[in-house]
Design a protein around this ligand. Structure first.
Ligand code: 5GP
Length: 121
């Protein structure tokens, strides 16, 4: 799929739309989901243009891939939901139509702050 430069997360990355930022470095941005599904619901996205996880793993550098994964755990620690110091969380990425992906810029959801429940409902 061609990357849509007008998707909502691209606009957030360009600063055209505000977000409630949690964490940022050269490679990743993390912010609160606008419509939280759990007590804590955060999004972690790469700064570069990737539509989904399949696109990311086929085109991203090893550095970008490791920075995104490390970004997830950094954010979890910052929010106090990681295993060390917290009670755990769920990291999840919806991919494509059947995965239920709505925004076509790769993102991981982090859910925590309470029991998340069944894997799939
Ligand atoms: P998806 O269904 O693509 O995996 O998830 C997209 C997520 O983006 C949804 O949880 C939705 O609430 C969130 N979202 C959509 N628009 C915005 C926005 O403008 N700001 C923020 N912070 N989150 C958004």
């Amino acid at each position: 799929m061609t990357y849509d430069k007008n998707n909502i997360f691209a606009k957030i990355l360009r600063g055209e739309i505000p977000c409630k930022k949690v964490y940022e470095n050269e490679y990743v941005l993390s912010f609160y989901d606008i419509n939280p599904q759990k007590k804590i619901h955060i999004l972690v996205i790469p700064k570069a243009e990737y539509t989904d996880l399949d696109d990311f793993t086929s085109r991203a550098s090893e550095k970008e891939i490791s920075e995104l994964i490390k970004g997830i755990t950094t954010v979890a620690k910052k929010l106090g939901i990681s295993i060390n110091g917290g009670e755990g969380y769920r990291a999840l990425s919806n991919i494509g139509l059947n995965g239920g992906q709505e925004v076509p810029h790769l993102h991981f959801h982090l859910f925590g702050g309470e029991k998340i429940g069944r894997m799939v409902s």
